[in-house]
Design a protein around this ligand. Structure first.
Ligand code: GAL
Length: 365
C-alpha cells in the first residue's frame, strides 16, 4: 500500500517498518505540513480490549504511508494513577492550541476494574505533536453546569431514584430510559462522557463532543481557551438516539456529523446529520453509506463492518474529506482494521461509498 500511495480499506495497513498500524479509534491532526494519526495501541487477544500500552502516534505527508512515531501517551505503572495499565483508554484525539502553543489530547477513560462505569474524559498535553504527552487530569465534564438548551423546569437536580441507578452502560436503546433524567442526576458530579471527538472551529474555539447520559444523548461542549477543560457551555443533542462514535467536520459553513448507533463492538447502521450552527438545531440525514465490503460481506446496514471515528479534511484539496472507520476485532484487538473512504457531499448531505482501493486524485484539486 505504501508504495502505491493508495488506500485499501479493510486490508492490513503497514507502517514504515512493515507492521500493521496500531492506532484504533483514532483521529488525525494536521500541523506544520504533516499529518499525525493518534489512536489506541491494542495488544493481541481479548486482553487488548483494555489499555496495556497507551496512545500510538504515526506521521505522514501523503496520508497513505505512515511513519511510526512511537507511544505519545503511555499508560502508567503507578496503581494510583487514573491511567494505570489496564484502564480503558479509548478514542484519543489531539488538537493544537495556538494560544498556549500546546498539543492537547482528550480521550475516553474508564478506571481500571470498573468496566464502563466511570465514563470520564482524560486530558494530556505536550509541546511536541508526537509527544510525550503528560497526563493532566480525568473528570466527568460540566459538573455544576446546566445545558444551554435545558428548560427552566429541567434545571433542578434530580434525587437519585432507584430507576436512575445502575443502568446498563452499553445496552443501547432502552424504552425505560427516563426523559431528561440522567443529565439532571449527573448535574453535580459531572456528565457521563464515553465515545468522543474534538473539533476546532474557524474562529479557534474548541469543542468536545461526547456520548453522555448512559450513551442515550450526545453533548456538544465548548472548551476553555486553552482547550484543557470544558468551558461549562454545552448542549444536549439527538436526545435518546443513542449516538456513538461521533465524528464532525465543517464544510462551506455547515457542520456535518457522522455517527453510529450503540451496539458495543458489533457494527450497526451509520448515521449522519447537518447543522448551520454547532449548537444546533441538528437535522438527521440518515445512513450515508452505500455498497458492500467484499471482505466480510457487510453492506451499508452494518457500515461495512465498521464504526466511525473521525472525519479528516485533506489539506490543499478542495472539498476533500475522508471518513475514518474502525473494523473492531474484540477477539484479537490488535487485528482491528481501518476503513478510510472519501465523502461526497451534495444538497442531500453526505454519501460514503465502498471502494476496494482509491487515491486522493479522485478528489480533484
Ligand atoms: C463501542 C464504542 C467503542 C468501545 C466499545 C466497547 O460502542 O464505540 O469505542 O467503547 O463500544 O464495547
Amino acid at each position: 500500500m505504501t508504495a502505491e500511495a493508495c488506500f485499501v480499506p479493510g486490508e492490513p495497513w503497514l507502517d514504515d517498518r512493515g507492521v500493521h498500524i496500531n492506532a484504533h479509534g483514532g483521529g488525525v491532526l494536521f500541523h506544520g505540513g504533516a499529518y499525525y494519526w493518534f489512536g489506541e495501541h491494542k495488544i493481541s487477544g481479548k486482553a487488548g480490549n483494555v489499555a496495556h500500552v497507551g496512545v500510538h502516534c504515526y506521521s505522514s505527508t501523503d496520508l497513505t504511508s505512515w511513519r511510526d512515531e512511537g507511544i505519545a501517551l503511555a499508560v502508567s505503572d503507578d496503581s494510583e494513577s487514573d491511567i494505570v495499565r489496564e484502564c480503558v483508554l479509548e478514542r484519543p484525539k489531539v488538537i493544537y492550541n495556538a494560544l498556549t502553543e500546546t498539543f492537547v489530547m482528550w480521550f475516553h477513560l474508564e478506571l481500571k476494574g470498573q468496566g464502563y462505569a466511570a465514563a470520564r474524559s482524560g486530558v494530556a498535553v505536550s509541546s511536541s505533536p508526537t509527544g510525550p504527552y503528560a497526563f493532566c487530569d480525568s473528570f466527568r465534564p460540566n459538573a455544576g453546569h446546566w445545558p444551554l438548551n435545558a428548560t427552566e423546569e429541567q434545571k433542578a437536580p434530580l434525587e437519585d431514584p432507584p430507576y436512575l441507578r445502575n443502568r446498563s452502560v452499553s445496552g443501547g436503546p432502552n424504552a425505560a430510559t427516563p426523559a431528561n433524567g440522567f443529565f439532571r442526576r449527573d448535574h453535580l458530579g459531572g456528565q457521563m462522557a464515553r465515545d468522543m471527538t474534538l473539533f476546532v472551529d474557524d474562529d479557534g474555539t474548541g469543542y468536545h463532543i461526547y456520548s453522555s447520559e448512559e450513551n442515550s444523548t450526545l453533548h456538544i461542549s465548548e472548551l476553555t481557551p486553552d482547550f484543557q477543560r470544558p468551558s461549562g457551555r454545552y448542549v444536549r443533542v439527538f436526545e435518546k438516539r443513542w449516538m456513538e462514535a461521533a465524528a464532525i467536520c465543517k464544510r462551506q459553513g455547515r457542520y456535518y456529523l457522522l455517527a453510529s448507533g450503540c451496539t458495543g463492538w458489533a457494527p450497526n447502521e451509520a448515521r449522519s446529520a447537518v447543522a448551520d450552527s454547532i449548537w444546533g438545531p441538528w437535522e438527521e440525514l440518515g445512513n450515508p453509506c452505500v455498497g458492500i465490503n467484499p471482505m466480510n460481506g457487510l453492506g451499508q446496514e452494518k457500515t461495512f463492518g465498521g464504526q466511525s471515528t473521525s472525519i479528516l479534511p485533506v489539506e490543499g484539496l478542495r472539498d476533500a474529506y475522508i471518513a475514518m472507520f474502525d473494523i473492531w476485532c474484540p477477539e484479537d484487538a490488535i487485528d482491528g482494521r481501518y476503513v478510510w473512504l472519501p465523502i461526497v457531499f451534495s444538497e442531500e448531505g453526505m454519501k460514503i461509498s465502498w471502494r476496494d482501493r482509491w487515491d486522493l486524485a479522485g478528489f480533484g484539486t
